[in-house]
Write a protein that binds this ligand. Structure first.
Ligand code: FES
Length: 591
């Protein structure tokens, strides 16, 4: 059913249930917003989107007002403009005026609104009492002095992630967004995914800065500084420099990292390919134990383990599933362990002088690299993690004209990778990459290049399923002949909750489950350029698949650099050395 209404003298027909805000956008009228964020419910609290609706006694918030037949809306009358301006002025009166030294300077939605509304002075005094800044976690900083109570962080933490760490506390003028009992974030149940920081419109929640220590390492002539970039970075970094979402900037990113001063520019895609070999071998070994040895102790389904926010969630909410999680470290941590052992040995470098920097789409990676388990090289395997946003900032600080850089390639051998590694960036990608390899190993037959995608697990549906029946298996894997492997893919922790609960209740008949903490997978990570909406996620995912499809090698097991690392250093997949460096264990951290 559709309704027709008039907005600023323009007729528009939209489906029933559309908000005035969305209807206005269809006729090119942009009503300002602040508390509204696509994909989560609007609290309708900021009053920045007030409009006049003929016949209504008061101005109405466009973001939560549904259209009706014959409605007449005027968005820029004096009363609407004055009311919106007053709302912004009141927020500014309650906000520190240190914009020049704020992490969001130049990228702040409140600042933008003040400028768009022509606000050059605030008529009300600043009376707010100072609130201590929470720097308790390695991933996130919460500065509630800057909070404008829009509640976007609350909505994303509750509705998308189902974690519910943040909530409004106290009432009226005393309201503050905080953890359950006001404890610091490090003491709260929080997975450090950074989705709150990704939607915060101001400088109230942001990633903990790692730019300064990275500069210090680059400036230290005794250090050999290597960098790895996660698969999702290349499809999003361009947005920091004004590119459209979905612009792939791999070559320029590599060139920029060299010019910034990194001694070697490597690639997390290399260790993503390695993850497929280790994780695929682990899955096949679990299947063999279950089907051939009839071992009742084998834990199936097996879950992926690349996403540190998911691991934090599992440890805090579903520790009973620890045995089901692959013991593989994430690609970031596999890379770090190899950089300070394999690479150090190859190059004749003292690992104590190697500094490993990661560029990740994810704030939880900052937490992951500091875990006690992540020192298997004898040193902290990964030293510093920069988010995509921080890398954008680092490149700007270096005075590099990013868009005019030439395209360059990563260094070898730890920069060599396949299209299977590219798709680790998005939901369904790790599973598809694993299936490409497992199928070819089990059947000994090559998949046709034009038929590599596993369509049922693509896209942004929260929980996706696929199945694959093995036929014509090679002798080593003949026990899988006729077996139908059932897989599932979940992204966003509220979907992870659903699949975990199915497994706990014995209602999931899967063999292998991919879980990514952030909606859309890593391309929607908490450290990616803002804003990340579903439209932006889709554009980044399309870019990732294009990157994969353009590669000469698209399956992890054909990467010659992976063959080489086993031959020269690791021995067998899942062998002793691989276990020592590339696998880990998890902790029960249920509160
Ligand atoms: Fe509509 Fe905040 S954007 S009330």
């Amino acid at each position: 059913m559709a309704v027709t209404l008039t907005i600023d003298r323009q007729k528009v027909t939209v489906p029933v249930g559309t908000t005035v805000l969305d209807a206005a956008r269809q006729v090119g009228v942009v009503i300002p917003t602040l508390c509204h964020f696509p994909g989560v419910s609007s609290p309708g609290s900021c009053r920045v989107c007030l409009v006049e609706i003929q016949g209504a006694r008061t101005l109405q918030p466009a973001c939560v007002t549904a259209v009706s037949e014959g409605m007449v809306v005027r968005t820029s009358t004096k009363s609407a403009r004055d009311a919106r301006r007053l709302s912004v002025e009141l927020m500014l009166a309650n906000h520190p005026w240190d914009c020049n030294a704020c992490v969001r300077n130049g990228q702040c939605e409140l600042q933008d609104l003040a400028q768009e509304m022509g606000i050059t002075e605030v008529r009300f005094p600043y009376t707010r009492e100072e609130i201590p800044v929470d720097r308790s976690t390695p991933a996130l900083v919460r500065d509630m002095n800057k909070c404008i109570l829009c509640r976007r962080c609350v909505a994303v933490c509750q509705e998308i992630q189902g974690v519910g760490t943040l909530a409004p506390r106290a009432r009226g003028f005393e309201t503050v967004i905080g953890t359950g009992s006001g404890e610091e974030l490090a003491e709260a149940v929080c997975v450090q995914c950074g989705q709150c920081a990704a939607v915060c419109p101001v400088g109230a929640i942001y990633e903990k800065d790692s730019i300064e220590p990275v500069w210090a390492a680059l400036d230290d002539p005794t250090k050999h500084v290597v960098v790895q970039t996660a698969p999702a970075i290349r499809a999003a970094l361009g947005e920091c420099f004004g590119c459209e979402p979905g612009t792939v900037v791999t070559g320029k990113m590599v060139a920029a990292l060299r010019r910034v001063g990194f001694d070697r520019v490597f690639d997390t895609n290399f260790s993503a390919d390695l993850t497929i070999i280790e994780e695929g071998t682990e899955l096949l070994s679990r299947l063999k134990k279950a089907l051939v040895d009839k071992d009742p102790g084998v834990a199936l389904p097996m879950f992926t383990s690349c996403s540190p926010g998911w691991i934090n969630y599992m440890e805090q909410f579903y520790p009973e599933l620890i045995r089901n999680i692959s013991t593989c470290k994430s690609p970031q941590q596999m890379f770090g362990a190899l950089a300070k052992t394999y690479y150090a040995q190859r190059e004749g470098l003292d690992p104590k002088n190697i500094v490993v920097v990661s560029v990740m789409p994810c704030t939880a990676k900052k937490f992951e690299c500091l875990r006690d388990e992540m020192n298997d090289s004898g040193y902290q395997d990964v030293d510093y993690v920069l988010t995509t946003r921080e890398l954008g900032q680092l490149i700007k600080e270096a005075g590099i004209d990013f868009l005019s850089l030439p395209d360059e390639e990563q260094d070898t051998p730890m920069g060599m990778s396949t299209g299977a590694a590219d798709i680790f960036a998005n939901t369904g990608g790790v599973m598809e990459a694993a299936l490409r390899t497992v199928y070819e190993i089990v059947t000994g037959r090559e998949l046709p290049t034009g038929n590599l995608h596993v369509v049922p697990i693509q896209g942004l549906d929260g929980l996706k399923e696929a199945s694959l029946t093995f036929t014509g298996c090679v002798p080593e894997w003949s026990f899988l002949e006729g077996v139908t492997a059932r897989v599932a893919v979940a992204h966003g922790l509220s979907n992870a909750h659903k699949v975990c609960q199915m497994v706990v209740d014995g209602k999931a008949q899967y063999h292998f489950i991919e879980v990514m903490c952030c909606p859309g997978g890593c391309i929607g990570g908490g450290g990616q350029p803002r804003p990340t909406t579903d439209e932006v996620r889709k554009a980044r995912i399309r870019a990732v698949y294009r990157e994969d499809e353009g590669r000469p090698m698209r399956k992890s097991h054909v990467n010659p650099a992976i063959t080489q690392v086993y031959k020269e250093f690791l021995g067998e997949p899942n062998g002793h050395k691989a276990h020592e460096l590339l696998h880990t264990h998890y902790q029960d951290r249920k509160a």
